[in-house]
Design a protein around this ligand. Structure first.
Ligand code: CA
Length: 257
């Protein structure tokens, strides 16, 4: 699972990050509210562990924006503010749970596990975009109804492209997702894996000339998924294209002719 820790106390933040990583999660750490929303928009975390007292943008403000724009992310609030009104306000704003500082590390981890389990039970495991349906629980991928087998890395890359829903993903972002590497590392490996993905996707549509039809290169930036169904089909005769959605019409046309 993808977890975003938002904590300006660096020592505590790193401690939480390491603890959650030991539980097998991909964990990012940011120290202010603006960075939290920026990274959440890029990664759509499964869980956000959110401190309330933050520089640049207060935690309650982050919570409000998260609940409006990223309903799928579970949010656990860390707060040193013990006033009952403050806790009520957090729950009203949409926090899923909160822990009062100072807290027991084991209790915090148990609460994180509970939130992630709950999220897993209720989340729709299927991502859909541009003719691709990806089941994240069963780890299956169908492209226009045809099953395609992906390796673990290919699946992770495809999942990230799907989560971005047609927005550009930079090579550095893809590298971080699939290899947990820093952007300084050679990013050619991304191009290699994108080509593997393209070959597997284009095998479903051998009539298409370009293997780039499903994953488009954004020059100088990265890659994005393309919704093929929105691309006009120039290869078919005009009358066939306009009638493609209605199987009955060719018969009526034939009668009329
Ligand atoms: Ca703080």
């Amino acid at each position: 699972m993808r977890v975003l820790v938002v904590e300006d106390d660096q020592t505590l933040g790193v401690f939480l990050q390491k603890g959650l990583m030991l539980e097998g999660h991909d964990v990012d750490l940011v120290g202010d509210g603006d960075a939290a929303l920026e990274l959440a928009a890029q990664q759509t975390p499964d869980l956000m562990v959110l401190d309330l007292g933050l520089p640049r943008r207060d935690g309650t403000d982050v919570l409000g924006v998260m609940r409006q724009e990223f309903q799928g992310t579970a949010i656990l609030v860390l707060t040193g503010r013990s006033a009952v009104q403050e806790r009520v306000r957090c729950l009203d704003l949409g926090a899923d749970d909160f822990v009062l500082k100072p807290f027991s590390f084991h209790e915090l981890m148990a609460r994180c596990r509970a939130l992630l389990r709950r999220r897993e039970r209720f989340a729709d495991p299927v991502l859909r975009f541009g003719g691709v349906a990806m089941n994240r629980m069963e780890r299956t991928v169908f492209y226009d109804g045809v099953r395609i087998d992906l390796t673990t890395k290919e699946f992770t890359l495809m999942e990230f492209l799907m989560l971005k829903r047609g927005s550009c993903c930079s090579r550095a972002e893809l590298l971080t997702q699939a290899w947990h590497s820093t952007p300084e590392t050679d990013t050619n490996i991304i191009d290699v894996y994108i080509n593997y993905l393209r070959k597997k996707l284009s095998a479903v549509h051998p009539e298409e000339i370009s293997v780039e039809s499903a994953i488009e290169t954004v020059r100088g930036s990265g890659y994005r998924l393309r919704d093929r169904r929105k691309i006009p089909r120039l290869e078919k005769p005009a009358e066939e294209t306009s009638l493609a959605d209605d199987a009955l019409q060719p018969i009526e046309l034939a009668r009329g002719a």
